[in-house]
Write a protein that binds this ligand. Structure first.
Ligand code: PMT
Length: 402
């Protein structure tokens, strides 16, 4: 992106120990392609120097209202006008109180009063301060006026207490920023997404599974949320953190996943089945740990129900999107699944290809739709593929409503 095309995030930094996390936040935002204009309060400068932020953002840091040099270099009204989003992280009880009371007695509060950009506030303070009724009143008031808040995280606080008050991790703040800036074209959708593998127990310590990491399904959930959808994510066992804002349901076996999917299905407007659902389970799981024996053992496997096929038989206006993990005859096999499961779209990935399918951060997919269109996509990140799948979903939705 050319420097002048980069959307600007104004980042207000106020005086709390979590200022050090704001440094990482600036680094991540710049890496994401944002221009970052940092505005610091006097108290924030007690914790971190403006030079640190200036070096990372590549822009002079705004700190003083009445500095002629700063006014000509930065211009406080320009900061207010050019911001696509105003983020305050960390936000102290003091800044929240000042905004709620309409006080504009320093540069940050003045610019905040002048901006028309949406404001996202990430509080960080001692748990008792956070729970204080005055602060909670101020938050309620500001929410009523359209200010957005991130919930503080829970855990060990720098003041020695445990509880709610930690600044959310910089990665989570970046995710919230992406979500706030994204076009909300999925606002009418209630998405039911499945992700990850199943584990089918053999005995209390062993199971049959597959190599799905959950990355594809979690990428769909993240992008769906950013584009304004309500997302229920039914996830097999994975090591991934749930995207903020998702309704997460965990399911270990295919039978548990089926039950959860059938329970959520009536509320959904579209279903995306990225999970690598186990096709079989051991016929007789053993109640105690299987002992090692001298000879071979034979496992008898029973087929699991095909969840997507069941949904296809009762879709009733919902858009159904399946995935196909193939090692041969990609298009022919995927087309067969599209037809047999009564899908609107199937995302076929040739899992033998480098960078495609299981575990990787990227995928190479071919999209086949209900009208017979076949579209091969190049290698891209799973998030980019999720964007393309949702663009397709909107196209199919528009067609169905004609
Ligand atoms: O999780 P990652 O590591 O990111 O990997 C992503 C992925 C490779 C798992 C994903 O891109 C993918 O291809 N998911 C589907 C894998 C799969 O199970 O494909 P399938 O061809 O066996 O099944 C076809 C469709 O039917 C899938 O949407 C599947 O969820 C569904 N199915 C399958 C079996 C079954 N018993 N019930 C089902 O609903």
């Amino acid at each position: 992106m050319e420097p002048e095309e980069r959307p600007t995030i104004a980042l207000g930094v106020t005086g709390g120990i979590a200022c050090y996390k704001a440094v990482e936040l600036v680094r991540l935002l710049v890496k994401e392609g944002f221009a970052v204009q940092v505005v610091m309060t006097r108290e924030a400068m007690e914790f971190v120097t403006p030079l640190t932020f200036q070096t990372l953002s590549g822009r002079p840091v705004a700190t003083e209202t009445f500095s002629l040099t700063q006014e000509s270099e930065i211009g406080h009204i320009r900061v207010a006008d050019e911001a696509k989003l105003f983020v305050i992280a960390p936000a102290t009880a003091n800044i929240i109180g000042k905004i709620a009371a309409g006080i504009a007695d320093d540069l940050l509060t003045t610019v905040l009063m002048a901006t028309r950009a949406p404001v996202l506030i990430a509080p960080s303070m001692n748990v008792h301060m956070y729970e204080h009724p005055i602060l909670q009143d101020n938050i309620r008031k500001l929410k009523g006026l359209g200010y957005h808040f991130m919930e503080p995280a829970e855990g060990y606080l720098a003041c020695g207490y445990e509880g709610k008050g930690r600044l959310p991790e910089p990665e989570d703040i970046v995710e919230e920023i992406r979500r706030r800036l994204k076009k909300k074209d999925l606002i009418d959708e209630k998405l039911l997404i499945t992700a990850g593998p199943n584990q089918e127990p053999l005995d209390p310590v062993r199971f049959i599974s597959n190599r799905s990491s959950g990355k594809m399904g979690y990428a769909l959930a993240r992008i769906g949320l950013r584009r304004g959808a309500q997302v229920t994510l039914i996830s097999g066992p994975t090591a991934l953190p749930p995207p903020p804002g998702v309704c997460l349901v965990r399911a270990t076996t295919a039978a548990e996943m089926r039950e959860a999917v059938l329970q959520e299905f009536p509320q959904a407007t579209a279903v995306l089945m990225a999970a690598a659902v186990a096709d079989y389970h051991p016929e007789q799981p053993i109640g105690r740990k299987l002992k090692r024996a001298a000879g071979p053992i034979v496992l008898k496997l029973k087929p699991n129900p095909d969840i997507l096929r069941e949904l296809g038989a009762r879709k009733n206006g919902r858009i159904l999107i399946g995935f196909a993990a193939e090692t041969e005859e990609l298009v022919a096999n995927a087309r067969k699944k599209l037809r047999e499961k009564n899908l609107d779209l199937i995302v076929a990935n040739d899992v033998t290809q480098e960078g495609s399918g299981f575990e990787s951060d990227t995928n190479v997919a071919t999209l086949l739709d209900r009208r017979g269109t076949v579209r091969s996509l190049p290698l891209m990140s799973k998030e980019d593929l999720a964007e393309r799948i949702f663009d397709y979903l909107l196209m199919l939705r528009a067609e169905s409503s004609q």
